[in-house]
Design a protein around this ligand. Structure first.
Ligand SMILES: NC(=O)c1ccc[n+]([C@@H]2O[C@H](COP(=O)([O-])OP(=O)(O)OC[C@H]3O[C@@H](n4cnc5c(N)ncnc54)[C@H](OP(=O)(O)O)[C@@H]3O)[C@@H](O)[C@H]2O)c1
Length: 348
């Protein structure tokens, strides 16, 4: 018997990825879909402007979309809700006993909500008993911002091996990161926009420290290194590219750093979770990689790709990283979080 799950924000860019990625999942089965009042009452096929290859599975296309006030039967709810509503809706559903596995930014920095990357900080789920005491049973688990996903995975092995002193990052972010219809075509064609709303730079400058920090007596203690970020929207469909510069606690060679990155593994790999990439980081040696079109789909888009690991004369090292923003950076991340929670017997 598969575990029935619901998808909140099912009609959006992230919601559609959930539908696509959960189609043949060995443990979970899509049973309920919710979105705004604009979609409620329609079948999913009618309500959704499907933007992915192929069609949604027939059975899912026939499900009737509800609004988020519905009484959900599924204990596990994935959320790709717009941030304008995600905060209140997710809080209400957790207090009704659901496990809300969310992509939205609203609860990421809450003091008892894990900001989880299963390879990096699986033990942060130990904050859940504290949260469950507050909610009365259910809980919220979040995954990071889509750029932070690639950044934090690339920083984690360096932080462990050498310590991080400071980090600078410049992002080149794909169009799908803005949802659908997203940025107007007349604004982005033949163009780069050096601004992303919704506090993108602030998220990139604060979420990695929570992820790479520790949990002490039920409280998160952020890692102390500072990050500075500059973000750009570029005319790429999927895949966020980042130029990352790091100053390390203990200096090392680019070759040693590349080895540490390539050998990085975590609990999802040990447990062989269904969505776990075999190698979370692929380190490429070609001087012109990673590139979004060529590298974003590695390991079903769940691997982060790193290239051009080299010495830097202001920082110690610099390199490029690429993450598929709607898979590893959103829906795939939440599914891997749910798999970790199931493997640790923490699903309600
Ligand atoms: N795109 C990415 O790469 C990415 C990555 C990581 C995290 N995220 C986060 O994931 C969330 C969804 O992003 P997205 O790109 O999928 O956005 P999107 O394409 O705009 O989709 C938003 C979804 O929220 C629903 N919604 C909007 N207003 C609502 C309301 N008042 N009540 C209930 N549902 C409502 C929409 O339903 P209708 O169709 O009925 O309007 C739609 O299903 C955001 O919080 C975003 O920050 C996105």
């Amino acid at each position: 018997m598969k575990i029935p799950v619901g998808i909140l924000g099912a009609t959006g860019a992230v919601g559609q990825r959930f539908v696509q990625l959960l189609a043949d999942h060995p443990w979970f089965e899509v049973a309920e879909l919710a979105a705004s009042d604009r979609s409620a009452g329609k079948t999913y096929a009618e309500a959704c402007t499907w933007r992915l290859p192929d069609a949604p599975p027939e059975a899912v296309g026939k499900l009737v979309v509800t609004n988020t006030d519905a009484k959900f039967r599924s204990r596990v709810l994935f959320s790709g809700l717009d941030a304008s509503v995600a905060g209140e809706v997710e809080t209400a559903l957790a207090s009704r006993g659901h496990a809300v596995i969310s992509n939205s930014r609203n609860h990421r920095m809450d003091p008892d909500v894990p900001l989880l990357i299963p390879e990096v900080n699986p033990d942060h789920v130990e904050a859940l008993p504290v949260q469950r005491k507050r909610t009365g049973g259910g809980y919220i688990v979040t995954n990071p911002n889509c750029s932070v996903m690639g950044l934090a995975i690339a920083l984690a092995p360096l932080h462990r091996a050498f310590g991080l002193d400071s980090v600078a990052v410049v992002t080149l972010q794909a169009l799908s990161g803005a949802g659908y219809p997203g940025v107007a075509s007349m604004d982005i064609a033949d163009n780069v926009i050096p601004y992303i709303g919704g506090g993108e730079e602030e998220k990139i400058e604060s979420e990695p420290q929570k992820i790479l920090g520790t949990l002490e007596k039920g409280a998160f203690v952020p890692a102390p290194f500072p990050i500075t970020a500059s973000v750009h929207r570029v005319a790429v469909s999927d895949g966020h590219t980042m130029a990352i510069m790091v100053k390390l606690g203990r200096r090392t060679s680019p070759a040693e750093a590349a080895r540490v990155l390539a050998e990085f593994r975590g609990e999802p790999q040990e447990r062989e979770l269904p969505f776990a990439p075999r190698r979370p980081i692929h380190v490429l040696s070609a001087p012109d990689r990673p590139q979004p079109r060529l590298d974003r789909d590695r390991e079903r888009a769940m691997a982060v790709t790193v290239g051009r690991v080299r010495a830097d004369r202001l920082f110690d090292l610099k390199f490029e990283a690429l993450v598929h923003n709607t898979v590893r950076g959103a829906a795939g991340a939440a599914i891997l979080n749910a798999e970790l929670l199931k493997a640790r017997d923490l699903l309600p």
